[in-house]
Design a protein around this ligand. Structure first.
Ligand SMILES: Cc1cc2nc3c(=O)[nH]c(=O)nc-3n(C[C@H](O)[C@H](O)[C@H](O)COP(=O)(O)OP(=O)(O)OC[C@H]3O[C@@H](n4cnc5c(N)ncnc54)[C@H](O)[C@@H]3O)c2cc1C
Length: 391
C-alpha cells in the first residue's frame, strides 16, 4: 500500500538581512527535509552594513557591497518573492504583502532591520534624508553629490546622529566630496560639514577613548561638532534645537537611533516600548513561538545589545539551527550573544579605528583588517559552492 506523502511545512523568511543570508546558506549546504522555504524581501540586492561607508567614500562598487538574494535563495532551495511585507494574519498564519496574495506559513522568521527613527521629531521625515533604506539613500547620495559639485556657492552639510553610522557616514562623504572638488581643481573648503547630536559627546556607546579619538579626527578635518543640540523640529533647511539654537544647512541627513517598523506591534506580536519584537534566548517571539526574529528588529529580552550588523550576523547560525530543530520537533538551543564585539570604524580615507571594551588601536592596518573581514563575509554569500548550487 502506498504510504501517505509526508506533510510539507512552509517556512517563510521575511527580509533578507544579515541573519537570513546565513540561514539560506546553511539550508543550501544542509537541506531541510519536508520544508518548503520562501524568502520575501523588498530588495533584490541586500546591503552589507560594514561596507556602506566605503561605498560612499568610493572605495567599493555597488556589487561589492550588496548580496544578490536571487542566486543565494536558489542555493538555499528557497523561492524568492520580491515584495514588501506589510503585516501578518496571526490567526490564519499568513504573511500579508503589499502587492501579492497572502503567503501561508507554518513557521516564520523576521529579519527586516530598522530605519533611523524620524517619527518622534516634527518635520524630520519630510525635511531630511534618512540613511535607510540604503537603496533609496544611495540613489539620493548620487543626486546630492552631483548637485553639490555643480554648485558655485558654498554649502553646509549636516548629519544628525553621532553614533558609529553617523560619524562614519559623515567622514566618508567629506572624503569623497573633497576628492571630487580637488579633481575639479576647486577649493575643498567650499563645502562645510557638521555633526549634530543631543548627547554630550560622540560615539557614546563605544567608550571614552574611542569618542575622544574620533573627536580629534573630526576636529582635525575641520568638521564642526554640535553636542548637546537635541533637534526638536526640522523646517526646510533648519534644525530647531531644545537649547534654543537654530542651525541652517543645505543638506541634512538623519542617522539617529534605530526605529522599528510599525506592523509587528500592530498585528499583535509582543514588542518592547520602541516597537522591536521581543525574543527569548532561542530567538523565538515571546508571544508566538512559531515566529522567530533576529537582527535589529529583534530585542533579546534577557540579553539586550546595541543594534548592529555584527549582532545580526552572529545570530544567523543559532537562528538556522533553531529553525531546523523547531521544524523537526527537537528541543531548541539557547543562545547568549557576546557582551562586546571588535568594532572597526573607518574614517573615510582608508584608515580605521578598532575598539573592543577599553582597548583601542588605529591606523591604516586597521582599515586593511576591516577590508579583509568585510570581503571575506561577502565572499561567503556571493561565491557559492558550484557543486551544491541549484540553477
Ligand atoms: C551608515 C551606517 C553604517 C553602519 N555601519 C555598521 C558597521 O560598520 N558595523 C555594524 O555592525 N553595523 C553597522 N551599522 C548598523 C547596521 O546597518 C544594522 O545594524 C544592520 O544592517 C542590521 O541588520 P539586519 O540584518 O537586522 O537588517 P538589514 O541589514 O537592514 O536587512 C533587512 C532586510 O530586510 C528587508 N526588508 C525590510 N523591511 C521589509 C519588509 N517590510 N518586507 C520585506 N523586506 C523587508 C530590507 O530590504 C533588507 O534587505 C551601520 C548603520 C548605518 C546607518
Amino acid at each position: 500500500m502506498a504510504q501517505p506523502a509526508p506533510a510539507i511545512q512552509d517556512l517563510v523568511l521575511v527580509g533578507g538581512g544579515h541573519s537570513h543570508v546565513e540561514v539560506l546558506r546553511e539550508f543550501g549546504r544542509n537541506p531541510l527535509p519536508g520544508i518548503r522555504l520562501t524568502l520575501i524581501c523588498h530588495n533584490v540586492h541586500t546591503p552589507y552594513s560594514g561596507m556602506l561607508p566605503g561605498l560612499i567614500a568610493g572605495h567599493y562598487q555597488f556589487e561589492e557591497t550588496h548580496i544578490d538574494l536571487r542566486p543565494l535563495a536558489r542555493f538555499g532551495n528557497a523561492r524568492f518573492i520580491h515584495n514588501s511585507v506589510v503585516g501578518l494574519d496571526l490567526q490564519n498564519k499568513h504573511v500579508l504583502c503589499e502587492s501579492q496574495t497572502p503567503v501561508p506559513y507554518d513557521l516564520l522568521s523576521i529579519n527586516i532591520g530598522s530605519t533611523p527613527a524620524t517619527r518622534q521629531v516634527s518635520g524630520a521625515a519630510e525635511n531630511t534624508v534618512p540613511v535607510k533604506p540604503i537603496s533609496r539613500f544611495f540613489a539620493h547620495w548620487e543626486t546630492m553629490r552631483t548637485r553639490l559639485l555643480e554648485r558655485d556657492s558654498p554649502a553646509r552639510i549636516a548629519v544628525v546622529g553621532a553614533g558609529a553610522g553617523g560619524v562614519e557616514l559623515l567622514l566618508s562623504m567629506q572624503y569623497r566630496l573633497q576628492a571630487d572638488l580637488s579633481a575639479q581643481g576647486r577649493d575643498a573648503n567650499h563645502l562645510s560639514f557638521h555633526l549634530v547630536t543631543s548627547s554630550g559627546g560622540i560615539l557614546e556607546t563605544h567608550g571614552h577613548r574611542v569618542g575622544r579619538t574620533f573627536d580629534n579626527e573630526l576636529t582635525s578635518r575641520g568638521i564642526q561638532i554640535h553636542t548637546n543640540h537635541e533637534v526638536v523640529e526640522v523646517r526646510n533647511g533648519a534644525l530647531e534645537c531644545a537649547n534654543g539654537a537654530v542651525l541652517s544647512f543645505d543638506e541634512i541627513l538623519w542617522v539617529t537611533t534605530a526605529g522599528a517598523a510599525a506592523w509587528p506591534a500592530s498585528v499583535g506580536l509582543d514588542t518592547d516600548e520602541a516597537g522591536f519584537i521581543t525574543v527569548s534566548d532561542t530567538l523565538q517571539s515571546t508571544s508566538h513561538p512559531d515566529i522567530f526574529a533576529a537582527g535589529d528588529i529583534a530585542t533579546m529580552v534577557d540579553h539586550p545589545r546595541p543594534k548592529s550588523g555584527a549582532v545580526a550576523v552572529r545570530q544567523g547560525p543559532p537562528l538556522a539551527e533553531n529553525l531546523r530543530r523547531h521544524s523537526q520537533n527537537m528541543p531548541l538551543r539557547r543562545y547568549t550573544p557576546q557582551r562586546d564585539y571588535l568594532a572597526l570604524i573607518s574614517t573615510g580615507n582608508r584608515y580605521a579605528i578598532a575598539s573592543r571594551g577599553r582597548w583601542t588601536m588605529k591606523g591604516k592596518s586597521m582599515w586593511w583588517l576591516k577590508d579583509w573581514i568585510d570581503r571575506r563575509f561577502m565572499n561567503k554569500y556571493s561565491d557559492l559552492p558550484k557543486t551544491e548550487r541549484i540553477d
